[in-house]
Ligand binder design. Sequence first.
Ligand code: ZN
Length: 238
Amino acid sequence: MDTTITNLATAIKAAHKIVFLTGAGVSTHSGIPDYRSKTGLYAASAAPEYLLSHDNLQDHPADFYEFVTQRMYYPDAQPNLIHQEIAALCNDKGELITQNVDGLDKKAGNQHVIEFHGNLYDLYCQTCAKRVTYAEYARDFHHAKDGGIIRPRIVLYGEAIDSSKSDRSVAAIAAADLIMIVGTSFRVYPFAQLLQYRSAAAQIFAINNEPIAAPEIHMIQMDALAAFTKLKEVLNEC
Ligand SMILES: [Zn+2]
């Protein structure tokens, strides 16, 4: 059912524990395009699901490196109003579970973030397991010390979610009385399955350009930045 920003603001004020579930639509406003979008350099190339897979990293590490460095790393990107508002609410009474791997929620000061799919800037060498800086990775995907292949600690297609992260996410969802889905069409599994662990009393609101197919959702079908700009005004008034 459709609802309004005013209804959402009322629910936020009343909530004891809010959980946010976010996706690419939050970070596009920081200049980070959704790598799944069919525009750009790779429109006619292999599917992103293959380029960003465990198999591609192992079999064609140069292709993997080219894809992630050209399509996913935006080291100068800054958090936008959505990241900031979510951080303020999380630091007050909430938790964020994000599919985004760009690290912008932590950059925004959010102290309650579960990076469900990892973080692009958390890099290590597959041979010696040592941490590597982004500056080193930007120069070469081979570790200077031993020639090992460097990779980001993100969940690739064909890899499992870190079980401690899924456990923490399930616990957060179960404890929430308000769940807000923002900037994601909510089609990536197992992320989208998290909703099944919600408490019966939890209300679910979603802010997204496209409608989301999930039961009992209060839908605000609009751009996330426009919605949060309005939400900030309404929250400040009441
Ligand atoms: Zn190494």
